[in-house]
Design a protein around this ligand. Sequence first.
Ligand code: COI
Length: 359
Amino acid sequence: MSLKITTNLVEESKISSFDPDNIVFGRVFTDHMFSCDFVNGEWTNFRIDPFGKIPLSPTLSALHYGQAIFEGMKAYKNEDGVITLFRPLENLKRLNRSAVRMCMPELPADIFMEGMKKLITIDKDWIPSTSGSSLYIRPFMFATDDYLGVKPSEHYSFMIYACPVNAYYSHPLKVRIEETYTRASKGGVGAAKCAGNYAASMYPTKLAQQEGYDQVLWTDGDEHQYLEETGTSNVFVICGDTIYTPELSDSLLAGITRDSIIKLLRAQGKNVIEQRISIKDLISWHESKQLTEMFVSGTAATVTNIELFGYKDKNYTVNHTDNLLSKTILEDFNNIKTLKTSDSFDWISVVNESEFITN
Ligand code: COI
């Protein structure tokens, strides 16, 4: 480890109040957090502190003009206590793509990896090892200038916190195909994992939830005719022997789980096609009974089936019980993440605790 991280540990861990058999998603946080600052054009002040509130000025530019980006990733602990991360450098690449689009500074790999691995090493007892659980890791960057004018901030903070989680969804999803509101349009920020994209999704999602759906399935901003993604995940549709997923564009988040599914299935000889998927085709595949499965993919969502989609006041049910490809994908991923099967894709980064032990 080369980064000098000042470490200030809690006097007493909160872990005795954490029940790994009753995990509520996103409500319990580990003992510590990693932080650093961007000042005078460079990243500095690397530290690990007790998890807690941070002082904010009312003028903080991220609060007003939205320069705020984040990532979602997970750490796993296998039966032998080995801690793994899944494709962490892909998260760093996406964070830096988001940073460029939002006119924020990029983060070097050593800060991202060493800050995260040290935090995980210190809080390793919080990584649950029950089936389906993991330690969710949230790296994020935000603008910290105290300035009223609209311009890119000169100061930023980058932080990482973590929380033990189970899968985000505990049941198959009911989604409503969106015809009115738009998540992202050509030339916009849809491919960036920026806070504003999630803010913009909340009102349409609330409307869909009031009608009994779990999520919105977004469509393209031009015509509302092509599937894009849900508010939390990418989407896959199986028709006959072919697995379709919307092709990437500047209005779609390039999910790392999405990419891993495509690579895994192609390596298994399956036919995966990335292309625009029209609602017209989706409904015609459903009517001809060729549509055998739909699922969403994401770090938090993992791989979760869609049991029903709604479009223009009509609901279409989808098989979510028999011969599910989603289940085998999940098992394959879990086996790779816990080193039960060999990591032939070179996706796993093992956290070598001895490198990060704090004296
Ligand atoms: C993730 O999957 O990591 C996300 O950022 C989505 C959010 C619903 C937690």
